[in-house]
Design a protein around this ligand. Structure first.
Ligand code: NAD
Length: 498
């Protein structure tokens, strides 16, 4: 089984600096693999410190003396909407690139482009509606907030749903008038170059958006350590977040960290079982299980445990694994052989930590490529590594519980705290549980659907700071306080003693 590269690919993936596609200064490149054949289908420029220096300098110039930060909000908003229109019009092309490069099923890749466009519309609207505070002390003082873009924002993104995740950062950073340097994930660099064409067509001036491809330890590291980049917005693994946090510390940079997860889905005996089943199967197997908010630990109340497990295993066995480009496919190929090996090592480990009821290896008929059969382990002990660690693939651990207290303890019993899903028909229990669970986001009797105005982010090892809605505007802007006296200024008179 093979898939053909999309038509019209360039000979190489290049950086985009100051309005021009360029190779690395030193000519370095890296291989980009197609997850179905694991063969190199294109090479990409591997950014080094010298390339980051050029990109930051272009972004700095565009910030200091270019038009972008000085446009009226309405003018920037118009451009943001143009970006959204173009992204939407390229939905099919984007989905094809994304699915080919990352191994995501094509039907799920299509939704990503629409969501990316929505981020641009949303932040375009938000900056026009944006208002800031003025505080008056009658007859004495006026105080107002002068909100300003900060400068060059460094954006570092992961390989799961790459284009959409880039839009989360690009849209608020640009809408608020910053200039940016984007360092996309090295496993999936293909779709990021489209931003350059889309932004140019929409009218974003040269130098405002810069793209440097490359490895995290090289290009990403240089961006984090660049003294002229005051902000880093990072999405990726918790371990990488720790490294970046340390590297940014000497520069006292503004940091936003969206990190890993091991989110629980808690199913009480009084839940609408069919709905819970649909959501928990989708919650861990959609996007190939490569989803930060995947409900990868399912806690099920003892009364319904056996029935749930049986039905869940049945569903998992029936999930359609196939070529990413096939519209019937529900789980495609994992992004890269390195990641495949990591997920497979957890599948092997799981065999000694739980009872395997579905999957457990390569699916039949897929001798090559990064395919993992949807895998279900049940009766998993809370201290098992497959219960504690993020696997980031189509692998789920199911554990029984008896009481609500026990469910809460199990739910909170990991280093992570990104999302939680609660299934119960008792209103009080749903809210009390939601408020007590250690998670940045909770969905009650529902799946992972988020209104863009709400906060997004995790607690504990899942992140630092929240983005989403006005919180993103706050991250990408300074709120300068300006104070004016309306009367005499009353200063104690120093130096008048003689
Ligand atoms: P990763 O941490 O390996 O890489 C993410 C990005 O960081 C890549 O662009 C990489 O090149 C770069 N990077 C790596 N080392 C770096 C360094 N030393 N300095 C600077 N940059 C560096 O993560 P990944 O494997 O690409 O993505 C999967 C992870 O992302 C999972 O843990 C997942 O849960 C998480 N994720 C979180 C969210 C969220 O919103 N919380 C969303 C999506 C993915």
């Amino acid at each position: 089984m093979t898939q053909h590269p999309p038509t019209g690919l360039p000979d190489k993936i290049r950086h985009f600096i100051d309005g021009t596609f360029v190779d690395s200064v030193g000519g370095e490149t890296f291989d980009v693999l197609d997850p179905v054949s694991n063969k190199t289908y294109i090479r990409a420029a591997a950014g080094q410190k010298a390339d980051i220096d050029l990109a930051v300098s272009a972004a700095k110039k565009a910030f200091k003396s270019g038009a972008w930060p000085r446009l009226l909000p309405r003018e920037r908003a118009r451009i943001m909407h143009r970006v959204a229109d173009i992204v939407e019009s390229r939905d099919a092309q984007l989905a094809e690139l994304e699915s080919f490069d990352s191994g995501l099923p094509i039907t799920q890749a299509r939704g990503q482009a629409r969501r990316a466009a929505e981020n641009f519309r949303f932040f375009g609207d938000l900056i026009v509606a944006q208002h800031d505070n003025t505080f008056k002390v009658p007859d004495r003082q006026m105080n107002y907030v002068n909100r300003k873009p900060i400068g060059v924002a460094g954006l570092i993104t992961p390989w799961n749903t790459p284009f959409m995740l880039e839009s989360w950062k690009l849209a608020p950073a640009l809408a608020t008038g910053n200039t940016v340097v984007l360092k996309p994930a090295e496993f999936t660099p293909l779709s990021a170059s489209l931003w350059a064409e889309i932004f140019r067509e929409a009218g974003i001036p040269d130098g405002v958006f810069n793209l440097v491809n490359g490895l995290g330890e090289e290009a990403g590291d240089a961006l984090v350590k660049h003294p002229d980049v005051p902000l880093i917005s990072f999405t990726g693994e918790s371990r990488t977040g720790q490294i970046i946090f340390g590297n940014a510390a000497p520069y006292l940079k503004g940091l936003s960290m969206e990190l890993g997860g091991k989110s629980p889905a808690i199913v009480f005996a009084d839940a609408d079982l069919e709905a819970a089943l649909d959501a928990t199967v989708f919650g861990v197997f959609s996007l190939n299980g490569e989803r930060c908010t995947a409900g990868s630990r399912i806690l099920v109340q003892r009364e319904i445990y056996d029935d749930f497990v049986e039905r869940y295993a049945e569903r998992a066995k029936n999930v359609v694994v196939g070529l990413p480009s096939d519209p019937a496919t529900e789980v495609g190929a994992l992004v890269h052989p390195e990641h495949y090996n990591k997920v497979m090592s957890y599948v092997e480990l799981g065999k000694s930590e739980g009872r395997l009821v579905a999957g457990g290896g390569r699916p039949e008929g897929f001798p090559t490529g990064n395919y993992v059969a949807p895998t279900v382990f049940v009766d998993v002990a809370p201290d098992a590594r497959i219960f504690q660690e993020e696997i980031f693939g189509p692998v789920v651990a199911i554990t029984p519980f008896d009481t609500e207290e026990e469910a809460l303890e199990l739910a909170n019993n990991t280093a992570y705290g990104l999302a939680a899903y609660v299934w119960t028909s008792q209103l009080k229990r749903a809210h009390n549980f939601a408020q007590a669970v250690e998670a940045g986001m909770v969905w009650l009797n529902s799946n992972n659907v988020r209104d863009l105005r709400t906060p997004f982010g995790g607690v504990k090892a899942s992140g630092l700071g929240h983005e989403g809605g006005y919180r993103s505007i706050d991250f990408y802007t300074d709120q300068q306080a300006v104070h004016i006296t309306l009367n005499e200024s009353h200063s104690p008179r120093f130096g008048t003693a003689k």
